[in-house]
Design a protein around this ligand. Structure first.
Ligand code: MEV
Length: 321
C-alpha cells in the first residue's frame, strides 16, 4: 500500500503580544512566532488512491474522520483539486509539540504545515499569501470567523503586524527583553470566547455595548503604542500597554482564575507587564522580563503559581517572512 516517498511540511506555534479579540473587529494586532513549539505534517504516498490521516485524535480514512477534523478534510480536498492530485492516495501524518486549545495557534499550524507538505508533493512553490489563504480555508471551519491572525503568525518567522483587510506585514526590532510564556494547563475554547465577546457587543443593556466598543478601540490603540515601544526599545511602555490590555480583556470576561493567578505571580517576580495571550478562558499568559536573568525568576514564579509549562521568547524580530 505504501510507496517509499514522503514530503514534510513544518510550521510553529504563535504568541499574541497584543490585540487578541479586538483583531476580530478589524483592529491591529502584533503576534510573534513560538519556534520551540513545532508542527510537522508528512505526506506519505500510497500505491492506491485512498486518503488516510494519522493524528492525535484519529487514525484512519480521512473521509471517516470525526467532525473536529473537518477543517483538515476540507482543506486537503481543496488542495487536491487545485493541485490536480486526484487519484493520488496518501497518508497525512501529523506530529506536534504545540499544546492544543491553549491559544498557541495549533489549528492554524496544522493547516499551514499540511499546505506546505501537499504543495511540496505537488511540486508547487507557494507564496506567503497563498499559504495564508489556504490555511484560512481550514481556520474558518475550525473557528467559524477566524480573523486570520493565527494563520499569518504560524506561517511567518518574524513578528507580524496584522489588521484584517490590510497587507500583512512583518517588522524588525531588537531588544534585550524576553517574553515568558506560561501554559496554565486549562483548556480554553477560542470559538466560545470569541462568540461571548460578540454577544457582549450586541447586548442592549444601558451603555454595555457602547463601553465594550470603546474597549475594542482602545485595544487597537494599544497595538499601535506597543509597536512604537518595540521600535524605540522602551520596555516599560510596552509593559504598561500589556497591563492595560489585560485589564480590558478581563472586563470583556475572557480571563480566567488560572490566568489571573499567573499574572499576579509574574508581577510579584518583577515582570514589566503581563497578560493572557490568545482566546483566553484558560490557555496561556505572557510576562515581559527586562533581561534573561529576570525571565528565569519569573519563569520559576509561574511554575510555583501552577503553570504546567513555560517557554522563553527573546523579544527580537528580523522582519522577514
Ligand atoms: C485567537 O488566537 C485570537 C482571537 O483574536 C481570535 C481570532 O483572531 O480569530 C481571539
Amino acid at each position: 500500500m505504501m510507496k517509499n516517498e514522503e514530503y514534510r511540511g513544518v510550521s510553529h506555534g504563535k504568541v499574541i503580544l497584543i490585540g487578541e479579540h479586538s483583531v476580530v473587529y478589524d483592529q491591529p494586532a502584533i503576534v510573534l512566532p513560538l519556534n520551540e513549539a513545532r508542527m510537522s505534517v508528512y505526506v506519505q504516498l500510497r500505491t492506491d488512491a485512498d486518503l488516510y490521516i494519522d493524528c492525535e485524535y484519529f487514525c484512519g480514512p480521512l473521509r471517516s474522520a470525526p467532525d473536529m477534523l473537518s477543517n483538515i478534510r476540507v482543506l486537503v480536498e481543496r488542495l487536491i483539486y487545485d493541485f490536480s492530485l486526484k487519484n493520488k492516495g496518501f497518508n497525512l501524518v501529523v506530529r506536534s509539540t504545540i499544546p492544543h486549545e491553549r491559544g498557541m495557534g495549533s489549528s492554524a499550524a496544522v493547516a499551514v504545515a499540511t499546505v506546505r507538505a501537499v504543495a511540496k508533493f505537488a511540486g508547487r512553490a507557494l507564496s506567503f499569501k497563498e499559504e495564508f489563504e489556504y490555511s484560512q480555508v481550514a481556520e474558518n471551519i475550525a473557528h467559524s470567523t477566524a480573523s486570520g491572525l493565527d494563520s499569518a503568525a504560524v506561517a511567518s518567522d518574524s513578528a507580524v503586524w496584522f489588521q484584517h483587510g490590510a497587507e500583512i506585514s512583518t517588522f524588525a526590532f531588537d531588544t534585550d527583553a524576553v517574553l515568558v510564556v506560561a501554559d496554565t494547563g486549562v483548556t480554553g475554547s477560542t470559538r466560545e470566547a470569541v462568540s461571548d465577546v460578540r454577544a457582549l457587543l450586541k447586548s442592549y443593556g444601558p451603555n454595555v455595548s457602547c463601553e465594550t466598543w470603546s474597549s475594542i478601540h482602545r485595544l487597537g490603540q494599544l497595538s499601535f503604542e506597543s509597536a512604537d515601544a518595540l521600535r524605540a526599545n522602551s520596555m516599560r511602555a510596552l509593559g504598561e500597554s500589556m497591563n492595560e490590555a489585560q485589564r480590558i480583556l478581563s472586563s470583556l470576561r475572557v480571563s480566567h482564575a488560572s490566568l489571573d493567578r499567573c499574572i499576579a505571580a509574574a508581577h510579584v517576580a518583577g515582570a514589566l507587564g503581563a497578560k493572557l495571550t490568545g482566546g483566553g478562558r484558560g490557555g496561556c499568559m505572557i510576562a515581559l522580563a527586562q533581561s534573561s536573568s529576570r525571565a528565569e525568576r519569573i519563569r520559576a514564579a509561574l511554575t510555583q503559581a501552577g503553570a504546567i509549562r513555560t517557554w522563553l521568547v527573546p523579544l527580537q524580530s528580523k522582519g522577514i517572512h
